[in-house]
Design a protein around this ligand. Structure first.
Ligand SMILES: NC(=O)c1ccc[n+]([C@@H]2O[C@H](COP(=O)([O-])OP(=O)(O)OC[C@H]3O[C@@H](n4cnc5c(N)ncnc54)[C@H](O)[C@@H]3O)[C@@H](O)[C@H]2O)c1
Length: 309
């Protein structure tokens, strides 16, 4: 079983991934080109560790692993059996990272990309052992959400997919194997279908943004956490779905460009929480409070869903 991992890229996702892997018993060498990111990541480790305690996630009998911040790529991948690439969602940056690690790793080392949706087959063009490249798509925040998508590209060896699936399972997480390398995989395809319709409804003035969130969170989200879409079809009745979808599907948004509202806001540098304004406005105090409140609620919901409370 894999014991030593290298993690490249310590932005939004990196610190939580490092914390979760080490709690699962792995020794992680962590690297980022930015000193600021490394400093922030090292501060985040304790916060993520405290959340893992609240989730009652225990280290294996052999003990927790370690997280070591290192300063060069060569040190990062040295001795690693698994390299997790977690650099920005940009194929050029990812390709450059693969080219840089290629001469530093042996042919048996698995390289897993946390890409949110770039087909793994496209990434495989940039690495000399494509059979060892696999998608390992964590969900944000990665130390709290237990599901991880595992995706093989055209050239990924079945054993590579199986090794990552088994590793995820062995540290108490939920692997979901995506059988075809479709853009966005499954989680983001479903999420983006929902977001496209939600933005369209707000844009057309059908509903206010706050009310849209209330409708989806309490009407759908809360229920879907307990009953997934396939099970929901059975609960509602396929006959009902057949009759509603026969007229409703044709009326749903099928636009294939970016919603004008999003283009307008991004053009004004309104990116959301990170810039203090997006769909809603936030003061720095509100941001801090929201982050704490969301983590607390996600932990509480997960404990209930796992039957811990
Ligand atoms: N943010 C999310 O919600 C989310 C969820 C799931 C998956 N992902 C995926 O995870 C990956 C990382 O996303 P993120 O949100 O953490 O990005 P981010 O932009 O927050 O962080 C990326 C980090 O990579 C560093 N970096 C850039 N070039 C590098 C290089 N050549 N070598 C080492 N470090 C480098 C940057 O300094 C930065 O700290 C992306 O592929 C993204 O699509 C993100």
């Amino acid at each position: 079983m894999i014991k030593r991992a290298a993690l490249i890229g310590l932005g939004t996702m990196g610190p939580g991934i490092a914390a979760r892997l080490s709690r699962g018993g792995l020794d992680v060498a962590a690297y980022d080109v930015s000193d600021v990111a490394v400093e922030r990541a090292s501060g985040m480790l304790d916060i993520a560790g405290a959340i893992l305690d609240r989730l009652d996630i225990k280290a294996p009998a052999s003990g927790a692993g370690t997280v070591r911040f290192v300063r060069t790529l060569a040190e990062t991948v040295d001795g690693a059996e698994l390299v997790i690439e977690n650099v920005p969602e940009n194929i050029d940056i990812k390709a450059e990272t693969y080219r840089a690690i290629d001469p530093l790793i042996g042919s048996s080392v698995i390289v897993a990309s946390d890409t949110s949706g770039i087909p793994i087959t496209k990434l495989q063009a940039h690495i000399s052992h494509p059979e060892r490249l696999v998608g390992m798509h964590w969900s944000n925040p990665p130390h709290i959400i237990p599901m991880i998508e595992v995706i093989g590209g055209e050239k990924t060896a079945p054993e590579t997919v199986a090794t990552i699936r088994d590793l995820i399972r062995s540290i108490g997480l939920l692997p979901v194997v995506v059988k075809k390398d479709v853009p966005g995989f499954v989680e983001n395809r479903v999420l983006y279908a929902l977001l496209r319709e939600a933005l369209d409804l707000v844009e057309r003035g059908v509903i206010e943004p706050e009310d849209l969130d209330t409708c989806v969170s309490w009407g759908i989200g809360y229920k879907v956490a307990v009953i997934g879409p396939m099970a929901l079809l059975d609960m509602a009745g396929l006959d009902i779905y057949k009759s509603v979808s026969s007229f409703l599907n044709a009326d749903l948004s099928n636009r294939d460009d970016v919603a004008p509202m999003v283009l307008e806001k991004t053009g004004l540098s309104k990116f959301g929480i990170k810039s203090g304004e997006g769909m809603f406005s936030y003061t720095p105090e509100q941001i801090k409070a929201l982050q704490g409140e969301r983590a607390r609620k996600l932990v509480a919901v997960r404990r209930i869903l796992e039957g811990q409370e």
